[in-house]
Design a binder for this molecule. Structure first.
Ligand code: SF4
Length: 78
C-alpha cells in the first residue's frame, strides 16, 4: 500500500483525493491517511502531492518508516 507521511501534517492539500480511484484516502485531524486494506497500489496519489508526503510502503525513507504503521493503526481503531 501507499502511505502518507509527516510532510502532510497541517498542510492537507488533498490533491491526492481527487486522483484516488477507490476513495481510500481519508482526512484526519492533522494529516491524510491511506487505508492499506483498500489501496490498490495504482500510484496516482504520489505525484499529485505538492509536499511529497506519499510513498509506497517499500520506498519509505528510513526516518519515515513508522508512517506505514501509523496509517494502518488509524483504521484499526475505527
Ligand atoms: Fe489511492 Fe492509488 Fe494512492 Fe492507493 S496508490 S491511495 S489506490 S491513489
Amino acid at each position: 500500500a501507499y502511505v502518507v507521511t509527516d510532510a502532510c501534517i497541517d498542510v492537507q492539500d488533498k490533491s491526492c483525493i481527487e486522483e484516488c480511484p477507490v476513495d481510500c484516502i481519508y482526512t484526519g485531524p492533522r494529516m491524510m491517511y491511506i487505508n492499506p486494506e483498500e489501496c490498490v497500489d495504482c500510484g496516482r496519489c504520489e505525484p499529485a502531492c505538492p509536499t511529497v508526503s506519499i510513498y509506497h510502503e517499500e520506498d519509505l525513507p528510513a526516518e519515515r518508516e513508522q508512517f506505514a504503521g501509523i496509517n494502518e493503526q488509524i483504521f484499526l481503531t475505527l
